[in-house]
Every structure is written in C-alpha cells, then in structure tokens.
Design a protein. Structure first.
Length: 511
C-alpha cells in the first residue's frame, strides 16, 4: 500500500481518511459511523449481515461489505486501501469459549491489517483495575485486555481505549442501571454496588474514537478514558433516581449475591439477558477508575469539559422520551441467535416447515393497517392473549433468553435489524411487509410475517404467517404441543390487528 492515496473528503483537520468500521450493526459502531462521516472521513462497514444496515439514515454515504472478523479472506478484502481500522466487536455472551473466539478474531484482524498496510487500528476495550493480577479479573475483562495486547502487537500503530460503564440511551450498562433503579424502590443488592467506577458519557467515547483516527503515527498504546467523576454503583443509582424525578432509593448491599446470582437478579428485573448481565456484573467486582488522562493531549476535551454523570443521564432520558434512540445494546444480533435465511417456499427442500396462515379482510385502508403492523410489540403488545405472551417471555428468560423486555427502539417506526421483544426485524417493505425472526430459545427456527395487501376486489387484506423449522424430534414435539393454542394466539392476533386498523383513522398531516 502506498501513501499517495487521493482523499475522498476534507474535514476540519485536513483530508479525510478511509476508515473501516467493524461492528457497525452494534451500539457503538452504529453511532461512530455518522461521527466519522461528519468529520470528513470515508467509511466502509464490515457486517456479517449487511441488510441490517439498510435502513440506517447514514448508510447511503458509506460502503457496506459482507464479511466477518474471523474470516481472513473477507476481512483482508475489506481492509484494502484502508487508513484506519476500528475494532468494535466482541464475543460477549456467546458461551464459555467466548475468549477463544475473541482471541482468534483479534489475531486475524491484526494480521490482515498489517498485510493490507493499514496505518492505524483503534479498539474500544474495557478499563481494568490497577494492581490486580490479570488472572483475578473477570473472564470478560481478561479477554478485553488480551485483545488489546494482540492488536498492540500487530506492528500497526494501535490505540486501545479502555472505558468502564458507558452512559447513553440504549447502552447495556445504562439499561441495567435504569431498570434496576426505576423498578426497585428498595433493593437488596450485591456488594459490588460499593465498588468505585468512573463512568463516561457515550458522546465522550465517540469523540475519542473519532479523534484517534488522526493520532500521530508514533503513538501506539492504551489510554484510560472516563468521565469527570468517580462514583459507586450505589451513587449512580441514587443520582439516576434524582435526575429521573424518582423518590430516593433504599439500597441494602449484602455479601451473599455471587456474580451468578447477580446475573439472575439483573435478568429478572431488567431487559439485559443473563448471558450479558453476568460478565457486566463480574466486571464490577474490582475498582475501575482511570489512572491517567493522556488521551486529552491528543484528543482535547470539548470547550465545556467532559459530560458529568447527571448530564449524561439527562441526555439519555431525553432521547428515550423523544424516541430518538439511534442504537441500542440489542442492535447487534444476539450471540447464538439463528442466522439461516427464511426458507423459500413452496419449493423449499430443507426438511419440515410448519406454517400457520391467517387471512382477514380489514375495514380500513392498507395505510392504516400498516401503521398497526409497524407499531406491533413493545408497549403496544401483540394483540392477542397477553398472558400467553407474558408466560412465553418468562419461560425464555428462565432459559437464559432475552424474553419480552427488549421492547422497541422507536414506538412507531421499525428498521431492518431492530430488536423487537424476542424477535428481530429481518425484512421490512414499508407499507407492505414485516418479517420477524425469533430470537427466543427454541428447538428450531421461527418467523412471523405480516402483510398489508389488497385482494382482487380492492379490499384491504391482512395476511399473517407463522413459520417453524424444527430441529430434531424435540422441535417436532414443540410445534405439536403448542399448535392447540394457535387459534387463540395467532387467530386472535389477526382479528385484533384488523380491528385496531379500523380504529386508526387517516395518517395525520405532518406538514
């Protein structure tokens, strides 16, 4: 790779750089991309499922390529002509071997970056406690530290940013804090609520990530990044309550809640599944505060200074209230979730495919029907037998799944890749089709499809399909055990959606 590339954009600090962002479908990556674009850089996104980026407002300004950080071939191709490569992926929650997956991906990334002549790697890792042997760290923090070392040893100048709790609308850490505080006025909590933490606002994290693109070539090291305050988790819950206008919370730490029990407790109260809650809880056992602020020498603080904890919470709550949450912790696919495409029908030859079809004429316009379809889930519910949906959600939580608590990113609008309770939006044709893929724990693959159509008499028709591809005998047994309830659940859903569409009325004037 040569150094005489033609820049594609010009930012405030000079010619734009060519940046590769991995993890663009995730919480940080989805927010970093527009920040890089606004800074005048050119962005290429690497995604296992590029279609999940299709509806992001910035996608038309980027190049999106299909690939995976563990696949040297696709990663090498994605790194061609790249100046700065952002490593924003991790295998959190994928199982006991997640550290091995992270290690393999980091080695591939380091090797491909070196071979492609990439000028800089930027990695967002975890803040680790000082004077604590690495073997005593949580597996999550230990893996993050190992990935940082691998990238620093790549031979490519690397910036490793190490952050503790990130405060921003939709982050897993913030959602955990928010739901624990809002739902429990009196809490018996693990002892780690007394551990010192240095939280940081997501916009300060993004500012550092964008700024690192222009670090001098001789800078290759780790940087601690944190906000202006050191707090305990108990402090954070009480101050969250004050900012949110909640009564003062009574917090009673006890020493008996192990990380495993803590993860069950968090999973019970918050939308964060146990597979993610446990590493987050384990990471809070040790003090995580910054021991240097050297990043400010290269990426200066904004004129008003770093955001305080209270201000970060205020901004996050405002975004939630205004339905302007751009990405969430669940933006990335749930680790281990099914990824096979919807079987083509009717000529699918992949084995058994069970289908429940419902069709209903609707006394409303297709536009009114579509507004109901697109608004399904979350606070609006699923239009049938709420108890059955609630029980299915609880069973999924007990099995370690996500349950129904992920809700929606936006109360009215969906986009491909959005999580929707225990579903994910797989396909969206505005005004016509919504296809959801199940991410609940199931012995097979499942989809729910809703269409707003017209028939040959120009009447509005709701067409609804539930599909299930069983895995093994258990999958077949599952389908036949729940099929007696389909008339109530799926039949009721179709009737109630049709009824709700008739009550929606015309689209309001937005001008």
């Amino acid at each position: 790779m040569t150094s005489d590339r033609e820049p594609r954009g010009v930012g405030a600090d000079g010619p734009g750089l060519r940046c590769l962002v991995t993890g663009a479908t995730g919480y940080i990556g989805g927010r970093l991309v527009p920040g890089l674009l606004d800074a005048g850089h050119t962005v290429r996104c690497l995604a296992r499922s590029p279609e999940k980026l299709r509806d992001h407002p910035w996608v038309g300004r980027t190049e999106v390529v299909r690939g995976d950080v563990t696949d040297a071939g696709s990663l090498g191709a994605a790194m061609e002509d790249i100046d700065v490569a952002y490593y924003l992926v991790h295998a959190l929650g994928t199982g006991r071997d997640f550290a091995a997956t992270d290690r393999r991906a980091a080695h591939v990334f380091a090797e491909r970056a070196k071979a492609a002549g990439v000028r800089r790697i930027v990695y967002l890792g975890g803040l680790t406690p000082a004077r604590v042997p690495e073997r005593e760290l949580s597996p999550h923090l230990r893996s993050r530290a190992e990935v940082g070392r691998i990238l620093l040893g790549s031979g490519v100048p690397t910036a490793v940013l190490r952050a503790a709790v990130i405060i921003g609308s939709g982050s897993a850490s913030f959602e955990m804090l928010r739901y624990l505080t809002e739902r429990l006025p009196v809490m018996v909590t693990p002892s780690w609520v007394r551990t010192s933490i240095q939280p940081i606002a997501v916009r300060d994290v993004l500012r550092c990530l964008v700024g690192c693109a222009r670090l001098p070539a001789e800078v290759s090291r780790a940087f601690d990044i944190g906000g202006p305050e050191v707090l305990t988790y108990r402090d954070m819950m009480r101050r969250y309550a004050a900012v949110a206008g909640l009564p003062r919370r009574l917090i009673l730490p006890v020493p008996v809640l192990t990380p495993r029990l803590s993860s069950h407790w968090i999973g019970l109260v918050t939308p964060v599944p146990r597979s993610i809650a446990r590493p987050l809880a384990e990471s809070l056992r040790h003090e995580v505060i910054c021991h240097e602020r050297d990043i400010a020498r290269y990426v200066p603080d904004p004129p008003g200074g770093l955001l305080s904890f209270d201000r970060a919470v205020e901004l996050a709550l405002r975004r939630i209230q205004d339905a302007k949450v751009t990405t969430r912790w669940s933006s990335a696919s749930l680790p281990g979730a099914p990824s096979d495409p919807l079987p083509t029908d009717p000529d699918w030859a992949g084995g058994s495919l069970y289908t429940d079809r419902r069709e209903m004429t609707v006394d409303a316009s297709p536009e009114a029907l579509w507004r109901v379809i697109e608004g399904i889930g979350g606070e609006n519910g699923w239009y049938s037998f709420p108890l059955a949906w609630a029980v299915r959600g609880w069973l999924d939580r007990m099995a370690g799944g996500v349950g129904l608590r992920r809700g929606r990113r936006d109360k009215q609008r969906l986009r491909v890749g959005d999580s929707l309770d225990f579903w994910r939006v797989e396909e969206l044709e505005p005004g016509r089709l919504l296809r959801l893929r199940a991410e609940m724990r199931l012995p097979g693959l499942a989809w729910l499809e809703l269409r707003a159509d017209r028939d040959d008499k120009d009447r509005t028709v709701l067409r609804q399909r539930a599909l299930f591809h069983p895995h093994g005998l258990l999958g077949h047994a599952y389908w036949w055990s729940v099929s007696p309830f389909h008339a109530v659940v799926f039949g009721g859903m179709a009737r109630n959606i049709a009824q709700a569409a008739g009550a929606v009325g015309p689209e309001p004037d937005r001008n």
